[in-house]
Ligand binder design. Structure first.
Ligand SMILES: Nc1ncnc2c1ncn2[C@@H]1O[C@H](COP(=O)(O)OP(=O)(O)OP(=O)(O)O)[C@@H](O)[C@H]1O
Length: 221
């Protein structure tokens, strides 16, 4: 059996009913996300990029069409697939009462992984923040918080990470450093990365770049 892990959107359309109003986001979108690729999606505000990310992550179901999750050649449910994905958000979403080490160790502690704190300490060193282990998020810069959020996403060794505007809250220089860190981590771990961004500079660093426009996906590169 071919070992193949992928997410496939097949002729997906999506819309929302808001009272009498219907918000029609996209029609007949097909896209295959391989684990060894970095995919970026750009598009104007409100085009539906975050909604597309939610569908690809199995958090929501499309209005029509299918999203197929395959893990090592076997089709799995969205519920099962969600155990093997991670997220990076614009707002970092670290737990404010926990220090950097505990924020990083938390996903492993919740899974009952042994030596969670040791693994978190290794990741802190990987991202160059070993001297900030006992700082809380409020004592860290935005870029430092996002480095921890990136490590937290990768620490569970997911198949895919979905990053929604990961550099949106950062200045250009810090954003470039964060982009490189995310891409390096994806390459080193073999994790698929799907990035929604307004930054063309970041988008163009992906293996495949798409624009969500006129309710469809256009290939940019
Ligand atoms: N659960 C929902 N119910 C109703 N409308 C929604 C819902 N989620 C998103 N929308 C609407 O769908 C449209 C697309 O939203 P989405 O967040 O996917 O766009 P986006 O391209 O990511 O935008 P931005 O770049 O501004 O973050 C918006 O008009 C939004 O208000």
């Amino acid at each position: 059996m071919t070992e193949q892990t992928c997410i496939e959107l097949q002729a997906v359309s999506h819309s929302f009913e808001c009272g009498a109003e219907k918000i029609h986001l996209f029609d007949d979108v097909s896209l295959k996300l391989h684990r060894d690729c970095v995919t970026s999606i750009v598009g104007s505000s409100g085009a539906g990029k975050s909604s597309l990310l939610s569908l690809a992550a199995g958090l929501e179901s499309p209005t029509s069409g299918d999203v197929i999750f395959t893990k090592e050649g076997v089709s799995v449910t969205p519920e099962e697939y969600r155990k093997h994905i991670g997220f990076i958000f614009q707002q970092f979403h670290l737990l404010p009462e926990m220090d950097a080490l505990s924020n990083l160790a938390l996903p492993l502690r919740l899974k009952g992984v042994s030596q969670a704190d040791e693994k978190a300490a290794d990741w802190l060193a990987n991202i160059g923040l070993q001297d900030r282990a006992h700082h809380k998020p409020s004592q860290l810069s935005g870029g430092e918080q996002q480095r921890i959020a990136i490590a937290r996403a990768f620490i569970s060794e997911p198949d895919y990470i979905f990053a929604d505007e990961p550099t949106g809250n950062l200045d250009v220089r810090t954003g470039a450093m964060i982009s490189d860190l995310m891409l390096d981590c994806a390459q080193e771990t073999g994790c698929g990365l799907i990035i929604v961004t307004h930054s063309r500079v970041l988008a163009e660093k992906a293996t495949h770049c798409f624009e969500l426009v006129n309710r469809g996906l256009e290939v940019l590169s």
